[in-house]
Structure formats: structure tokens, C-alpha cells
Design a binder for this molecule. Structure first.
Ligand code: UDP
Ligand code: MG
Length: 328
């Protein structure tokens, strides 16, 4: 008992969606890591590995339940349905915030180097409340993924949303930060952009990112574009001022065009310029539709926020499994 005094309790929070191929490979690695860190005296032996099943359609939850039976360090919660990576991480963090000192969120596919956890905990012991895991290189990504990811970070920062370059969702958060974070009630969550808003002392730890151990990425291009658009519109309202700016410029050009047309008509050299008229209508129509789309996205977000729906619903926990009771 006494050897745990002064050692932080760590909960590793791992979202899992259809990961039956990956989990049997990576779960023992996480367990080994937590045991190593505990025996080196860095963290308390009461530390846990919390799997968050995000409504998987395969055997992921059964595997998590089996793991929980096999070793007390493994625990799991299950969401009542698939709500997406960000909500799954949030559900895990909120579960952990009052019972541990620190959390490290990490994907379950083995892409993030788990040895970096030592450096994260060391940075925490040094006084940091938030430690960002940052990829030192993107060598394992395709050129396309690298390019889109880099452009995304640049656009986000330019739009005024503060995000850490090349940082995904591998990070350490102290329970103090998590308790403040619990007061951020928005439904549209984008953790990467929200964590810097909480503040507190932060540090950065660099690590190599590997290939996925098995299975395939749940982020195809369409989902990535969606995440990018969601990230931007959740964190910044700059797109609205950009479209206002574009609208003003286009209207100004249109105004000059009208003056020019009047001058030409008055000078008597007018000719039927239907082609230019049609181009102008299409151009303006396009800009208007895009603008309405962007503004509509914000209104949609206001609508979703105004409902105050729960951001996650936990249906089962390995330590208190759901059992159906009949009244009669
Ligand atoms: N994930 C999740 N819910 C989803 C999609 C993904 O919990 O709807 C989890 C997934 O199991 C993994 C992590 O989020 O642990 C990251 O997903 P993935 O590896 O597919 O994304 P990538 O690394 O390609 O960005
Ligand atoms: Mg991955």
C-alpha cells in the first residue's frame, strides 16, 4: 500500500471500433507497458487500461470482457452505439477523471509508440498538466495522407483554431485539466482543438508513428474531409468572414461590370454578350450556394448544440455488467 504514496494513478484510455484483429495483439503490449512503468516506480500499480468500445459490430466487446477477466489492469466500457472516435475518447476520459491522477489517450491500432508514455509521465512529474504526443515524422504515411494532413493543420491555424502540428489524439491529461474540461459542454467535439483552450502548463513529447498493426483505417478520404470541415467549423467562424469578403469583392466586380456595360451601351457599340452574362450568373450563383452552405453548417451546429443531447451513452462496464431484471 505505502509504496503507492506519491505515485500517480494512470488510466490509459483506448477507443476501439471493430478492432477484433488488432486488440489481441496490442492489448498485451499496453499491459506490459503499464506493468513496466509501475515496477520502475513511475506510476501507481492501481493504474488501469480502459478500453472504450465504440459500438463495434464485431467481437471487440467480447474480447474486452475476456481481457477484463484475465487481468485486473484491463477494464472496459461500452457505448450503446457507434458515436465516433472523439466521443469515444471523451467518454473514457470522463469516466477516468475522478478516479485517476492522469490519463493517456491513445489509439488501439499500435500506430503510436507506447514507449513515449514514459516521457509523457516524466513531463507530468516535471509540472506539465497536458503533454502532447507529436509525430516526429510522417514517413509511414502515403504522400497523399501527409499532404492532406499538413494542409489541414496549416488551414486550421490560419483560421485561428489553435492546434499542435502533427499531434493526433495521443496525449496525457491530468485529472485537474479533465475536471476543467468537463465544463466544456459542446456536442460538436474536436479534442485536438479544444484541449489547448483549457490552458495550463503543457509539454510536447516526440515519437515515431508506425503502420497500423492489422485491420484498416476508419478514416478514408471522405471521413477525413468531414473531420477537417468539422474541426474548422467547430473552432472558428473565420469561414463566414471569408465568404463575406469574397461576396463583397464579387459584388464590386459586378458593379464595375454594370458601369462598363452602361458606358459601352451609351457609346453605341453594344453587342449581345449573352456568354459573359451566363458566366457571371453561374459564378455568382456558385458563390452564393457555397456561402449558404457554410452559414447553414454553422446554423446546423447551433441547432445540434441547442438540443443538449448527451455526448455519449454508456451501456456496459466490465466492472458492473448490465443485467436485465424482470418485474414479474
Ligand atoms: N475509432 C472509434 N470509433 C470510430 C472510428 C475509430 O473509436 O468510429 C477508434 C479506432 O478503433 C482507433 C482510433 O479510433 O483506435 C483511430 O482510428 P483509425 O486507426 O481507424 O484512424 P487513423 O489512425 O487512420 O487516423
Ligand atoms: Mg490508426
Amino acid at each position: 500500500m505505502s509504496e503507492n504514496i506519491g505515485k500517480p494513478i494512470l488510466w490509459i484510455v483506448i477507443p476501439c471500433y471493430n478492432e477484433e484483429e488488432v486488440l489481441p495483439v496490442t492489448a498485451p503490449l499496453f499491459l506490459q507497458r503499464i506493468k513496466e512503468m509501475a515496477s520502475s516506480g513511475m506510476i501507481s500499480d492501481k493504474s488501469r487500461i480502459l478500453f472504450v468500445n465504440d459500438g463495434s459490430k464485431d467481437r471487440t466487446w467480447e474480447l474486452i470482457e475476456d481481457l477484463a477477466k484475465s487481468d485486473e489492469h484491463y477494464i472496459g466500457i461500452s457505448q450503446s452505439r457507434n458515436r465516433g472516435h472523439q466521443n469515444a475518447v471523451l467518454a473514457g476520459l470522463m469516466e477516468a477523471k475522478d478516479v485517476c491522477d492522469i490519463t493517456i489517450s491513445i489509439d488501439c491500432d499500435g500506430q503510436d509508440d507506447i514507449t513515449a508514455m514514459d516521457k509523457m509521465v516524466a513531463a507530468y512529474l516535471d509540472g506539465a498538466e497536458v503533454v502532447y504526443g507529436v509525430r516526429s515524422s510522417r514517413d509511414t504515411d502515403t504522400f497523399f495522407k501527409k499532404f492532406t494532413a499538413e494542409s489541414f493543420y496549416k488551414i486550421l491555424n490560419w483560421m485561428g483554431a489553435e492546434v499542435v502540428y502533427n499531434h493526433a489524439d495521443y496525449r496525457l491529461l491530468s485529472s485537474r485539466v479533465l475536471n476543467e474540461f468537463a465544463d466544456f459542454h459542446e456536442v460538436n467535439i474536436y479534442l485536438r482543438g479544444m484541449v489547448p483552450l483549457v490552458g495550463f502548463r503543457s509539454a510536447t513529447v516526440y515519437y515515431e508513428r508506425h503502420e497500423r498493426i492489422a485491420g484498416s483505417s476508419h478514416y478514408p478520404l471522405t471521413k477525413m474531409l468531414h473531420l477537417a470541415f468539422d474541426g474548422i467549423t467547430s473552432l472558428s467562424i473565420k469561414p463566414i468572414s471569408i465568404i463575406t469578403g469574397i461576396g463583397s469583392i464579387v459584388s464590386f466586380i459586378g458593379f464595375i461590370g454594370i458601369i462598363w456595360a452602361i458606358v459601352v451601351a451609351l457609346s453605341g457599340d453594344g453587342f449581345p454578350g449573352w456568354a459573359s452574362t451566363v458566366c457571371m450568373i453561374l459564378f455568382l450563383g456558385g458563390i452564393q450556394l457555397i456561402s449558404i452552405g457554410v452559414i447553414g453548417t454553422y446554423i446546423g451546429k447551433i441547432y445540434m448544440e441547442s438540443k443538449h443531447r448527451p455526448r455519449y451513452i454508456i451501456s456496459e462496464k466490465t466492472w458492473e455488467p448490465y443485467e436485465r431484471h424482470y418485474k414479474g
